[in-house]
Design a protein around this ligand. Structure first.
Ligand code: NAD
Length: 250
């Protein structure tokens, strides 16, 4: 399939993990992919690995000024992105009574504000240019169910908020032809999980026991759902969070 021939697709947090898989899938379907990562070198390295003319950029999505600068640059060099995927995210593991203020705040800043800043800038630039487009946000099973035994109340709150924000923005921007959806991954084999499982590897068995598929998902499986939502095949869908979780949320 070449559903994104001629499209410009910007993916945040795409130097590795799910974001890299999303970028690779867009590229394989003909898009010009812009990989926005926290560090320029890793973003550029991933762009080189993906090929197909992918380009790496640096952004800290938690800073609105950095997100604005990113869009200024990509628009100058490539044009207004047709698709923006707000994928960058962080998670921690702390009992809530011991959760340090700075960890709470950073999760809100990166996951929630970062997703909003990316969505707002994407819509602003599309509307200014008189273009239609698509925004896909990354939520989580943790925004819908209490996940355990890990404890990350800040993360969970941001993911629930991302799904609600997705509905609100979809409603607001539908008249301008901008669709906004989210994907809610289940446990997916990336570094964010490896970090949580580092001190207690047995946690993985608990995750698998609670997942009807009985396995971790692969980043490419999440990427396929993101690309479906970004494609014209999903033209009827806006404001939804599609769970891609191996049945975890059932
Ligand atoms: P990951 O740790 O492999 O990748 C996260 C990426 O986000 C990294 O490249 C990191 O550098 C980037 N990032 C972090 N802070 C940033 C910032 N301030 N600005 C720009 N980039 C930043 O983890 P992943 O599993 O690939 O996570 C991708 C998304 O999927 C996240 O939003 C995460 O919450 C979500 N998710 C993951 C899982 C899972 O099981 N892996 C499940 C549900 C949701």
């Amino acid at each position: 399939m070449k559903r994104f021939e001629g499209s410009i697709c910007l993916v945040t947090g795409a130097a590795k993990g799910i974001g890299a898989a999303i970028a690779a899938r867009f590229a394989s379907e003909g898009a010009t992919v812009l990989i926005a990562g926290l560090h320029l070198d890793t973003a550029q390295n991933m762009a080189a690995e993906i090929g197909h003319g992918a380009v790496g950029y640096e952004v800290d999505v938690s800073e609105s000024s950095a997100v604005i600068r990113l869009f200024d640059r990509v628009i100058k060099e490539h044009g207004v992105p047709d698709v923006v995927v707000n994928n960058a995210g962080i998670a921690s593991d702390h009992p809530s009574v011991d959760l340090p203020d700075e960890v709470w705040q950073r999760e809100l800043d990166v996951n929630l504000s970062g997703t909003f800043f990316g969505a707002r800038e994407a819509a602003r630039r599309l509307i200014e240019a008189g273009k239609t487009g698509v925004i896909v946000n990354i939520s989580s099973i943790a925004g819908f169910r209490v996940v355990s035994p890990e404890r990350h109340v800040g993360y969970d709150a941001t993911k629930a908020a991302i799904s609600q924000m997705t509905k609100v923005l979809a409603y607001e921007w539908a008249p301008q032809g901008i669709r906004v959806n989210a994907v809610g991954p289940g446990y997916t084999d990336t570094d964010i999980l490896k970090e949580i499982a580092r001190t207690s590897p047995e946690i993985v068995d608990e995750w698998l026991a609670k997942t009807p598929y009985g396995r971790l998902l692969q980043p490419s499986e999440i990427a396929a759902v993101v690309c479906f939502l970004a494609s014209d095949d999903a033209s009827a869908i806006t404001g939804q969070t599609v769970m891609a979780d191996g049945g975890y949320s059932l």
